[in-house]
Design a protein around this ligand. Structure first.
Ligand code: FAS
Ligand code: PHB
Length: 393
């Protein structure tokens, strides 16, 4: 077995693992990332699109924000459509000047991969049978197989940044983790197209046929979603069927201006609310989707991952620089306080905007009443806006 040594072993090279690795590198802390997939596969996943200011700030702190500021789009608000009309939520005006950045997760991942390669930090891609060991002691290790050989890295800490289906959380002994989960009775069918967005800001639609979302990656690349049955398969949906359904779920004036084109990506994502407690197990920490999942309605998934990485990087830097474990000891509670507020907002926004057949006609009437109240009450709109732009640390 080939054995190497590092200070922090990171499992997973998604946004959480890459951002943590770069923040630690900048602080002079040695780290190795071990990833199950290839770099191209990781880059091929189309996911989040909206960044909170605190996430933008953290990417700037890591020194990887240049292209984001060149190509990203700051948005001061978004529209809600229901009952055939559009209503703007003025994020900037309701939150004292805050806004969000539209910049795709794929691009963030690319920027982080490029930055890591530029400083020569090692990432092991296409590793199989990755496994964390002895994280309840002072000398944890991570093992994996690659090129027919077993490899081991000895480390001080393990960061489980391996997403919802990763190995870190499930390596915690039985009874060590408490999970909370709610699975929604529908999915999101997403389509990416090189067409101009239907609007300069996002549009969230509550329609009797189901939810729809008009988003973007740039002013020439659009990202759209429609709520779909859980049993649907992406091959059930031709591009034409998608465009027709999206038009039906938008207000007529917007539908009339929709520019359609061939899909360059189409996928169905299930929706769930999920939290694992705690997020620290001796010398192993969970960060990002490894510890929590939100329905994407509130655009919180990637931002929560960045929030965890902000806390964890500061805690590890404090440990090595000041030999203090205060940040490490507080990590889980600090993250969970923020995570649960984002879980609540994501659940509330999902419950407000989607079609739930099981709640019947009265469920729809109650949604309509809440939406009417929301767009007429400055107080209610402010609550929505301050959660959407991200709560302060
Ligand atoms: P990730 O899942 O991104 O990365 C985990 C990494 O660990 C992956 O590269 C994986 O290959 C690797 N890994 C897994 N098991 C491993 C093992 N055993 N060994 C080594 N490596 C392993 N958020 C939004 O805000 N808006 C959205 O629209 C949105 N859409 C989404 C759609 C889908 C289908 C999914 C799954 C998520 C979506 N999210 C969205 C949330 C998403 O953006 C996540 O919050 C974000 O990817 C979190 O990043 P990570 O924590 O790095 O987890
Ligand atoms: C996206 O652009 O992918 C996106 C934007 C906002 C959301 C979810 C997804 O709430």
């Amino acid at each position: 077995m080939g054995t190497q040594r590092t200070q922090v072993a990171i499992v997973g090279a998604g946004p959480s693992g890459l951002l943590l690795g770069h923040l630690l590198h900048n602080a002079g802390i040695d780290n190795l990332i071990i990833e199950r997939q290839s770099g191209d596969y990781v880059l091929g996943r189309v996911r989040a699109g909206v960044l909170e200011q605190t996430t933008v700030d953290l990417l700037d702190e890591a020194g990887v924000g240049a292209r984001m500021h060149r190509e990203g789009l700051f948005h001061d608000g978004y529209d809600l459509t229901f009952g055939g009309a559009r209503h703007r939520i003025d994020l900037h005006g309701l939150t004292g000047g805050k806004r969000v950045m539209v910049y795709g997760q794929t691009e963030i991942t690319r920027d982080l991969m490029d930055a890591r390669a530029a400083v020569g930090r090692p990432t092991v891609y296409e590793a199989t049978d990755v496994a964390p060991h002895d994280f309840d002691r002072d000398a944890p290790t991570v093992t994996w197989r690659k090129d027919g050989a077993v490899h081991e890295v000895r480390c001080d800490f393990i960061a489980g940044c391996d997403g919802f289906h990763g190995v870190s959380r499930t390596s915690v002994p039985e009874g060590g983790v408490t999970t909370y989960e709610k699975v929604y009775p529908f999915g999101w069918l997403g389509l990416l197209s090189d067409t101009p967005p239907v609007s300069h800001e996002l549009i969230y639609s509550n329609h009797e046929r189901g939810f729809a979302l008009c988003s973007m990656r740039s002013m020439t690349r659009s990202r759209y979603y429609v709520q779909c049955p859980l049993e649907d398969k992406v091959e059930d949906w031709s591009d034409a069927m998608f465009w027709d359904e999206l038009r039906r779920r938008l207000d007529p004036a917007t539908a009339a201006t929709l520019v359609t084109g061939p899909s360059i990506e189409k996928s169905i994502a299930p929706l769930r609310s999920f939290v694992a407690e705690p997020m620290r197990f001796g010398r192993m920490f969970l960060a990002g989707d490894a510890a929590h999942i939100v329905p994407p309605t509130g655009a919180k998934g990637l931002n929560l991952a960045a929030s965890d990485v902000r806390y964890l990087s500061r805690a590890l830097i404090e440990f090595y620089a000041q030999k203090s474990s205060a940040g490490i000891d507080a990590y889980s509670a600090r993250c969970l306080a923020r995570i649960w507020k984002a879980e609540r907002f994501s659940w509330w926004f999902t419950s407000l905007m989607h079609k739930f057949p099981e709640t019947g006609a009265i469920g729809r009437k109650l949604q309509q009443a809440e939406l009417d109240y929301l767009v007429q009450s400055r107080a209610a709109s402010t609550v929505m806006a301050e959660n959407y732009v991200g709560l302060p640390f």
